[in-house]
Design a protein around this ligand. Structure first.
Ligand code: ZN
Length: 237
């Protein structure tokens, strides 16, 4: 197995941009105090990330990271950008949006009531990339080295939310290579089949269709992956 560090390049959908009076240079702490004051649903929390401008990541206890708020200076105003985290084609992005969309609008209205609406024109802004590295593996055709499947390795202590983060990354990678993608857990508890110890793992197919989490024996996963590797170059010949 060749596990490599992988990254997802573009994983954000812009949903709301607004302007407030008061430039960020003099106002960052005040804005942050207001974010603290804003009451979020109990299952959502936020965390400030290190970046060139204020950047806040919102996390749902069941869905993992759902959205971000970035603030930057736009003339005499502050521009707030709300983004949903995830690929726009990922059906789970709609679920993240269903939760983060109303939070974005309410938080934005709340800020507007405090600071007043800005008058500058909205500026397009490339928000900072913040790809968490994760362990992944490209399964290649043994003849032509084309990628035929992608595996994302979830850490052994993955919570439901962490698993959803990895599923999001698996979707992006499956889409990037246009191959089936799975999130798999570390192999754990062996099962004895025909006097042979076979490791058991949890698998979650995330691309092209999303399935539910399934326990599998390691050889059952091989039974799915091997034909993809073996028959890639033989197809149609
Ligand atoms: Zn091939």
């Amino acid at each position: 197995m060749t596990r490599k560090r992988s990254r997802v390049d573009k994983d954000l959908v812009n949903i709301l941009a607004r302007l407030y009076k008061d430039p960020i240079v003099s106002n960052e702490q005040k804005i942050e105090d207001k974010i603290k004051e804003f009451s979020l649903p109990p299952e959502v929390s936020w965390q400030k990330e290190i970046a060139n401008q204020p950047l806040y990541v919102f996390r749902h206890e069941g869905l993992g990271d759902i959205g971000r708020l970035t603030i930057f200076q736009n003339g005499k105003d502050s521009q707030l950008m709300f983004e949903v985290i995830g690929d726009e084609d990922d059906p789970m992005t709609d679920q993240r949006k269903a939760i983060f969309g109303p939070i974005s609008r309410n938080m934005s209205d709340f800020m507007e009531s405090v600071f007043g609406r800005g008058t500058a024109a909205l500026k397009p802004f490339e928000t900072p990339h913040q790809g968490q590295p994760f362990m992944g593996e490209r399964i290649m055709c043994s003849k032509c080295d084309t990628t035929v499947a992608f595996l994302v390795y979830a850490p052994p202590d993955a919570t439901e939310a962490t698993l959803q983060d990895y599923a999001r990354m698996g979707f992006a990678k499956g889409k990037e290579f246009d191959v089936p993608a799975w999130v798999i857990s570390e192999e754990s508890m062996s099962v004895v089949v025909n006097n042979q110890e076979i490791p058991r793992l949890l698998t979650l197919k995330v691309f092209p269709e999303r399935e539910t989490t399934k326990p599998m024996l390691a050889n059952e996963l091989d039974d799915i992956l091997c034909p993809l590797v073996e028959y890639h170059c033989r197809r149609g010949s």
